[in-house]
Design a protein around this ligand. Sequence first.
Ligand code: SF4
Ligand code: SF4
Length: 428
Amino acid sequence: MNEFFSPLLDPQHAKEHIDQFPSPQGPRSLYDSVCYCNRCNVCAQSCPTFRLKQDEFFSPRGRNQIVRLVLEGKFKIAPYRQEIENSMASCLLCGACAAACPGKTPTAEHVLEMQRALKSRPLPILLYKILSWRTSAPQLFEVVLNIGRLARNIGLIKLMRISQMTRLPFLRWINHADDILPKKTQFLHHYLHQQTPPHNPDVFYLPSFEAAYLDGSLGLAAWQKLQAKHPQVLWGLSSGLFEYVYGSVRRARYAAQKLIIAAGTGTAPVVTDSADVFFFIKNYPRLFARHKTWEKKARRLAERVRFIGEYLPKQAAAEKYGRVQLDRSALFNFEQDAFEKTEKKFRFIFKKNLLHYGYRDTPTPPFGYAFRKGNLAQEVCFCRVKDIARTQTDTVFFLSGLSALELNYWLKKYYPGAKAEHIVRLNG
Ligand code: SF4
Ligand code: SF4
C-alpha cells in the first residue's frame, strides 16, 4: 500500500510520526489501522461531537474516512484544509468511539496522526511554548509558572481581565485558565519539601502536571494514599503525553526516555494519579517501535505502571457524597481496565448511590481541550452538566485532575448543587 501514502503521512518519517497503531490483531500501520473502520457507524452515538453536530465531519466514521482518503490520495488537503482541521481539532481524543467499536478502531490515534501531518498548532502559541518548557527547560518552566502564580495571587491577572488586556488574541487563553484553576495554586513541592526521600522506596509516585504544579493539594492527597509504601516522588518529569498530543512524537520520546531512566531498572511500581498518563505509559512500547533497546526498557516500565485507584481505601464515609457518578473521561480510553477496577471499588463503597454511566453519557473534555483551537468544550460541557442535573448527581468522581477542574467550573456556572472531585479526595 506504500504507493498510496501521502508524503505528509509517510510512516518513514519516524521522527515525527508513529508507525504502529493498536488493533485487536496487534500493531498495524496507519493505513491498515484506518482500513479497519468498515463504516458501520455503530460508534456514532458514543461520540459527543457527532451527537452535538449531527455532521459526518464530526463523527468517528467521518474522521477515519478523511484520513483514509487522504492516504489514498483521493482527498486533496489544500482546498479543504480548514474543514479537515476543524474536524480533527474538535475531536476530544476521548476514545469513546474505540470502546464502542466492534473492531476497537483507534480513531483518536488516527486524528492525532493527521494533526501531526497537517502540522496544526492546536494550542495558542504562548501557552504551548510555556508548557513545552516542562521537558525542554524545566527550571525556566518553574520560574514562569511561579511568576504566573504570583501575578494571580496579587490580583494582576484580575486587573488584566478588567482592563480587557486578555482580549488580545495571544493572551485570550488566560481567561479560561484563570476561571478553572483553584483560587490559590500551590506546587506539590510546597507540601512535601520537608520530607526526606526514602532510601528503599516500595513505590515511585509520578505526579501529573496538575498535581505537581496547579493543585499541589491533589498531589499531596495521592502521596498520602501511598505513604505506607515509602513513596519516592519523581520530580520534574513528564510522561510525554503533552508532547504526544500537542508537539511531536520525537519530543514525546525524549520525555519518555527521561522518565524511563529516572524510574531505573528496579521492580517498584510507578504510580500516577492521572488515568490519561497511565494509559499513555501503558502504550510506551509503540513510541519506540524502531528502537529495539528502548522498546524493551519502555515495555518494562509499561509493566510497572499503576493507577492510583488501586491504592484507594476500601471504606469511605459514603453518605457525605450523596448520589455519585464515576466519570469515564480520559484520553485514548480504549483500555477500560483502570475504570473497571475503580468502578468495582466504588460499587462496593457507594452501593446503589453509584449511578450508571452509560456509553451515551457525555465524557468531560480532558487535558486542556478547552484551550484548543476549534474546540467544542462549551457545548460538550453543557451536555455533561445536563446529564448530571438530569440524574440529580451530587458528586462526580474523576480519574484525572484536569477534567475535574474543568467540570467544576461549568458546574458552578450552571448546576452548583453538584461538584467534581478527583478520586484521591475520597475520605478527604
Ligand atoms: S470506527 Fe468502528 S464502529 Fe465506528 S464506523 Fe468505524 S468500524 Fe464502525
Ligand atoms: S475520540 Fe471521542 S470525540 Fe473523537 S471521534 Fe472518538 S468519540 Fe468522537
